[in-house]
Design a protein around this ligand. Sequence first.
Ligand SMILES: [Zn+2]
Length: 276
Amino acid sequence: MRFCSLGSGSGGNATVVETGHGASTRRLLIDCGFSLRELALRLARVGLDCTDLHAVFITHEHGDHVGCATTLARRHGVPLWMSRGTWRAIGEPELPGLLHFARDGQAIDIGGLQLTPFTVAHDAQEPLQLRCSDGARHLGVLTDVGSITPHLLAQAGLRYVADWGNDDRPYVMQTEPPLLSVPNQAEWDDVQMIWHRKVHPAIYRDTVLEAFRRLHADGASSGTFFGLHIHPWLMGMPHRIGMLETIIETIAAASEVWRTTAGAVTDHAAGANAQR
Ligand SMILES: [Zn+2]
């Protein structure tokens, strides 16, 4: 089994999954969020044509996932799978002999490729995501999962996330099992400041050092987190690297600072919670 993303994001989503060889080859298109012309162009880039598709599965009704699905089905006679809720949400199009309803947990066989749809909590009528299997290999496709993302991450065995920019201290999220949120301090991220906000590198340096000074002082009584996101393509430039060196030297010289990793912070938090 192999797969290829033809696009992902609000501009359009589509993924091809292929299994088998020669005449037994089966190709599934998961989501079809482009115009027919754009889809054909993107398929051509991977050596495929609309007529090479054996089935299309639509995860939910949002335009960046449905796109040209019904046109593609009618023009090329490709069977289309979606939940009844998705079908209703797109205006109950008539697709005689081509439309099949998918349901949470109900297996679908498209000739050597078994699909198992499962429900997610996206803001759509009846969104489904997919597990694909050809017996030997398995592929899980998970996009647009909505607010339960941290729960899914916790269930998948992840121990921490580092992309919640809402605190200067790590905190335990209400997931099962608990997940630790390690702060994301994007306010002084180099790309945010220098690239997007056009802040002069010297002011960037002063801002970062002021943030560090304040968090260091606050941390004397309670423990605070200071993270610095740097991108070599930006801060590695000869006219900026001196500013970064000053920042690193200042932080390195500060006392009572634990220089560590997100994983070690998570271990520490787990230990602290266990002692409570
Ligand atoms: Zn969506």
